[in-house]
Design a protein around this ligand. Sequence first.
Ligand code: LRH
Ligand code: MN
Length: 389
Amino acid sequence: MSERIESAKQVLASQNIETPSWAFGNSGTRFKVFAQQGVPRDPFEKLADAAQVHRFTGTAGSVALHIPWDKVEDYAALAAHAAEQGVRIGTINSNTFQDDDFMLGSVCHPDPGVRRKATDHLLECVDIMDATGSADLKLWFADGTNYPGQDSIADRQDRLAEVLSEVYGRLGEDQRLLLEYKLFEPSFYHTDVPDWGTAYAHCTELGPKAQVVIDTGHHAPGTNIEFIVAFLLRQGRLGGFDFNSRFYADDDLMVGSADPFQLFRILHELALREAIGPSSGIAYMLDQCHNIEPKIPAVIRSVMNVQEATAKALLVDRAALEAAQTSGDVLGANAVLMDAYNTDVRALLSDLRVEQGLDPDPMAAYAASGYADDIKSNRQGGQAAGWGA
Ligand code: LRH
Ligand code: MN
């Protein structure tokens, strides 16, 4: 066991969980956005808040941006600011779901002029990647229909493929396109990229620089997400995760808060294939909204939840598991996994943090830092950041 603990610590020390700039801004539901005090007013302040998560966890060294929510005059200056804060700019997220012209779709819209507008936004996002040094462009499309007959499902796939091919052609040597799927919302009859199969098919059609992103909140209830993980890993098409959790739909709650066992099962499939560390090429990202809870502590807690699930997955006795699996020992195999899941890894992670020169308790350390009070008192005036929906 001690050997497994030491190798687990090495992998955990290499883990990076990318935080989303929009998690630090105001967010809510169609019913209400409850504004919070001290919320960032621009991308520079969002990066400063994200840097606090890295400061206390040591595991959140990159921050995903969302365009235009994080639009600035000088992206190189923003990247320099990130470096000063001890983090770097990661994935660039496009947004073709808030412009009035995109009511009937963006890249799948019947009107070629609207598709052109959407495509130009995606190409602008690649220009921003060149300026920030980002490798990944993440594409999620709200595109779909609300009523049967509203549009041709097949024609929309042709339109999507055409746009994706143009954007793919624009990517630089070391850049990737990450395609995210979602079952429904805001479209309620069909969504043009509704599931992993559709995303996978478009990615294989495009080429090796196109990979699939799994947002853990984007599946039908009861979906076995770890199967999708194992399948895409085997195909070499798993580009990344948008981690969050949900009880019902795309609730965007803290990862691991609704179903920590599911998160463990997902990390188990990744650990089995040594696909945890940065060398795996898998972008581990959070995609969450903290509608009623304080935002920076919520992101710190989320990073810790991923670390705990990862640590448990790395403690699985692989030899015993394989022996039980090959001998058809159903209960034995399940017991090996449950032993790891039922292992309390909090002491292991506290020790690791101390070895990394960090406070063993990131939540308490952040609370004691006084940062929360500072931003409440210093961030007076200006427009608090949000989704601007
Ligand atoms: C869509 C989504 C997508 C983002 C948005 C913030 O539901 O998961 O990843 O662009 O949330
Ligand atoms: Mn997402």
